[in-house]
Design a protein around this ligand. Sequence first.
Ligand code: GLP
Length: 237
Amino acid sequence: MEILLCPDAQIAARSAADLMTEALLGATAPCLGLATGGTMLPVYADLVARGDDWSAALTFNLDEYVGLSSDHPASYHTYMDKLLFRQLARRPRASYLPRGDSPDPGQEADTYEALIARSGGIDLQLLGIGRNGHIGFNEPGSPLSSRTRVVTLTDSTKEANARFFGPGENQPSEAISMGIATILEARACVLLATGMAKAQAIARLVNGPAGLDCPATALRDHGAVTVILDAEAAALL
Ligand code: GLP
């Protein structure tokens, strides 16, 4: 893993956007893996401001909440549409996220996994990290061999993401997420972490033992991972 230490979150986001732009413009038919969460807000703002043409690209998002329709305000479909796709003058040729309101989420997960494979795989996968070390929605205990599937969210993940839901609104307890094996098949990955809340997970990713209890540590076996950190996320290194 290559570790890139940045003085602040804005510069860290710009560095992640730089790698995304390189992948976008460096191939005739780029396939980009996208992520959601608060960490990615400045990355998408930066990418939009660059004004690049995304029309040759395919995109695949990591995950979506089970039970949320694509127009639900807290769905990852809405997040991506609002923060990236709708803002681009030339949007991707196709953008995929698992369908959260599929009548058969298990089947939807299988179809999504097959679609990624059929598209030739992901060139660069953008990743955030959960406070408990999750990537995508692969919670602690997720097998290294896991593929896109329905996963149950831990209470700590639900708590961390509660801010995206209205007060009193029922938060989904399941998601469809790319698996660890799916993520590791991306030709390259960039993991961005900013803020103190991620410092512990990052210390474990970089220096602690690899193990299923910290899913991000699976990335160590991948030959092309860049971990981009601001000073706070790197504070315990
Ligand atoms: C969610 C997403 C992850 C993301 C994580 C961190 O759980 N499924 O892909 O990495 O949140 O989010 P944030 O950037 O808001 O801390």
